[in-house]
Design a protein around this ligand. Structure first.
Ligand code: GDP
Length: 295
């Protein structure tokens, strides 16, 4: 995903790895090239500008002009700043509550249902949780079917109420059901729309008010680039969610959303999904991602 960005950054550091004395002009050129590379990777302009301003401050503070290996020094500064930009350290999800309730929100097609299955799988296999998946997308029978199939694949029960069109009721009943069966984690999948609309937002907000989830996750398709960041902002204004899940990182994405979503929305990126298989889900680690970007 980051091939192009990695290449471009490497080339920009070469300006500092050449022979002779490093000048302020060399540093400025490097920073300009880093900024361009980020913008071409679909990082929002303002984020790229603030980022390179920050790198410049750090570079001057570290006396890059007189350093023995200015190229290496700059690489390290950029790596550390990228990790910070993406949130610094990994953020876990909150599983407080009996049961812990995790609410999943996002546009239709973003990968919500697939992610719900993957998260159930991860919590069950890696964290020994007992999980109930809840089909809250009451408008699309296909979505309910899809969740049932995923539940079967990962060995997790799926709660549905055929004919009930009230997602708040379904979620509340599912939680009661989980309590009765001693299931400690409930994942509620919700209905999305093709674009942000008030009715959808109100519906998800109503479910959130009713079930008071310990964790609300917003799912977004990385391939939508800067739109991903804009949608993340709109959902956050309305839902004040706890974390972001970026999907389809295996697809044709330049990676900008992964880099900039944290600083634009001020909510941590918690999971990245990179495939349709149930185990294609990873906890997001900013530092590992920064290493990957620098190649
Ligand atoms: P929902 O409408 O938000 O519930 O989205 P779905 O979970 O139904 O996903 C929409 C499509 O994207 C489906 O065809 C999924 O198989 C596919 N999909 C979901 N996550 C990923 C991913 O990480 N990578 C790829 N390549 N496809 C994905």
């Amino acid at each position: 995903m980051f091939e192009n960005l990695t290449d471009r950054l490497e080339r920009s550091f070469k300006i500092l790895k050449g022979e002779g004395r490093i000048t302020e002009i060399n540093v400025a050129e490097t920073l300009k090239e880093i900024r361009r590379a980020l913008i071409d990777a679909d990082v929002n302009y303002k984020v790229a500008k603030t980022f390179t301003d920050e790198v410049k401050q750090k570079a001057l503070g570290a006396n890059v002009l007189t350093a023995v290996k200015p190229g290496q020094m700059m690489t390290k500064i950029v790596r550390d700043e990228l990790a910070l930009l993406m949130g610094g350290t990994a953020s876990d999800i909150n599983l407080d509550g009996r049961p812990a309730v995790i609410l999943i929100a996002g546009l239709q097609g973003s990968g919500k249902t697939t992610f719900s299955g993957k998260l159930a799988n991860l919590l069950k296999s890696k964290r020994s949780r007992s999980v109930l998946l809840v089909a809250g997308d009451v408008y699309r029978p296909a979505a309910i079917e899809q969740l049932k199939i995923l539940g079967q694949q990962v060995g997790v029960e799926v709660y549905t109420e055929e004919g009930n069109k009230n997602p708040v009721e379904i979620a509340e009943n599912a939680i009661k059901y989980a309590r009765g069966k001693n299931i400690n984690t409930v994942i509620v999948d919700t209905a999305g729309r093709l674009a942000v609309d008030e009715a959808m937002m109100e519906e998800i907000a109503a479910v959130k008010r009713a079930v008071k989830p310990s964790e609300t996750l917003f799912v977004v398709d990385a391939m939508t680039g800067q739109d991903a960041v804009n949608t993340a902002r709109e959902f956050n204004e309305r839902l004040d969610y706890d974390g972001v899940v970026l999907t389809k990182l295996d697809g044709d994405t330049r990676g900008g959303a992964a880099i900039s979503i944290r600083s634009v929305v001020n909510k941590p990126l918690k999971f990245i999904s990179s495939g349709e298989k149930m185990d294609a889900l990873q906890v997001f680690h900013p530092e590992r991602m920064a290493d990957r970007i620098l190649g």
